[in-house]
Design a protein around this ligand. Structure first.
Ligand SMILES: NC(=O)c1ccc[n+]([C@@H]2O[C@H](COP(=O)([O-])OP(=O)(O)OC[C@H]3O[C@@H](n4cnc5c(N)ncnc54)[C@H](O)[C@@H]3O)[C@@H](O)[C@H]2O)c1
Length: 341
């Protein structure tokens, strides 16, 4: 296989970070460039073991800074772009929507211009099922690629806007793009503000676990390694201009997820604390992944095997998440969940 130069944006974050490691290990013959601004969500310590590899490079940059991005593409002439970089937390988008438009919409548009200027072979835009809005509790309904976009939060609205720009660059300029829309991810290196790592870290510390509303909101969980494999497949085989939904049919209520973690760690359900519901909290997400399965993908984890692996990973890597939940993050946690009570 020939050598390829691949730019991964947001490769210091949760999914981008797992993807960078997946690609560096799987393809020694590809050069993997990790571009990240290192916001609160970015962390390079996770890449210690690949930093010395010949096929890994790191670039600190803001995707919303046009001149920097255009100059980098001009210099490196990337063949592939896999775009993860984003503001990704719904709660933060409710308190401060502006940065979501700046990074997720403007940043994506600048990357599209840069990709166009150097005529990339493929631009993979990593999006989310949240752009489809919400489903009701009827278990026979799923999001397909034809479901209309009806984003409900500033986060999902900014992602939907970026999806439309990516589509438009294909339709208008013929840019070779594919869009992936994945359900909720979990797994190693997940920032502890999201439900699963938040629950694991708080249960381990015998702290109360906040659950929004009545805990009945349903999410469709996918292990991050299965998401990485899906993106790799779309990068190599995805049809230009197409959207692919990514999900593994693992629907669970938030309360079921929290109870599973508490049970696995042998703690008491008395740790659960119901807090005032999130504004505009979507009821249910569920993905129909048939189109991606027809391209050759299938998940390797069930929710049960994946959550067991993830809990074990957090037990084995306490140092990583303990450094994160100290300092500024603690202030954010106190504000978010105390005000909402
Ligand atoms: N987490 C999920 O469950 C999920 C599900 C489906 C899709 N997605 C999408 O996958 C992508 C990655 O999600 P994640 O959970 O890994 O997010 P994350 O918040 O963990 O990581 C985002 C990364 O982007 C970087 N970043 C932010 N602003 C930047 C900027 N202006 N320039 C350069 N880098 C910047 C951050 O430093 C961080 O490293 C996002 O686009 C998200 O919408 C996430």
């Amino acid at each position: 296989m020939s050598r390829k130069k691949i730019l991964v944006t947001g490769g210091a974050g949760f999914i981008g970070g797992n993807f960078v490691q997946y690609m560096v290990d799987k393809y020694p013959q590809y050069d993997i460039y990790n571009l990240d601004l290192l916001t609160y969500a970015g962390d390079l310590t996770k890449h210690k073991h690949i930093e010395t590899k010949d096929n890994y490079y790191f670039v600190k940059a803001d995707i919303a800074e046009r001149e920097t991005i255009m100059a980098l593409f001009e210099k490196e002439k990337f063949e592939y772009v896999v775009h993860f970089a984003a503001e990704s937390h719904v709660d933060r988008s409710i308190t401060d929507p502006g940065i979501f438009v700046q990074t997720n919409v403007l940043g994506t548009q600048i990357l599209l211009d840069a990709a166009r200027a150097v005529e990339v072979t493929k631009f993979v835009h990593v999006s989310t099922d949240e752009v489809y809005g919400e489903l009701d509790f009827d278990p026979s309904t799923f999001f397909t690629e034809e479901t209309p976009l009806q984003p409900n939060s500033p986060y999902s609205a900014s992602k939907a806007s970026s999806d439309l720009l990516v589509r438009a660059y294909h339709e208008t300029y013929g840019l070779p793009v594919s869009i992936t829309r994945c359900s909720n991810n979990y797994g190693p290196y997940h920032f502890p503000e999201k439900l699963i790592p938040l629950t694991i870290s708080r249960v381990l510390n015998e702290q109360k676990v906040p659950v929004y509303g009545d805990g009945k909101n349903i999410r469709d969980w996918l292990h991050v390694n299965d998401h990485c494999a899906a993106i790799n497949l779309v990068m190599h085989e995805g049809v230009n201009g197409e959207v692919y939904n990514v999900g593994g049919h693992n629907e669970k209520t938030n309360l079921e997820v929290v109870k599973t973690i508490i049970k696995t760690l042998g703690k008491s359900e008395e740790l659960i604390e119901f807090v005032k519901d999130r504004l505009g909290h979507d009821k249910r997400y569920a993905i129909d992944p048939t189109k991606l399965e027809n391209l050759g993908w299938k998940p390797t984890y069930t929710f049960e095997t994946g959550i067991a692996q993830t809990i074990q990973w957090y037990l084995d890597n306490t140092e990583w998440w303990e450094q994160i939940i100290s300092g500024d993050y603690q202030k954010y946690f106190d504000k978010q969940y105390t005000v909402n009570k």
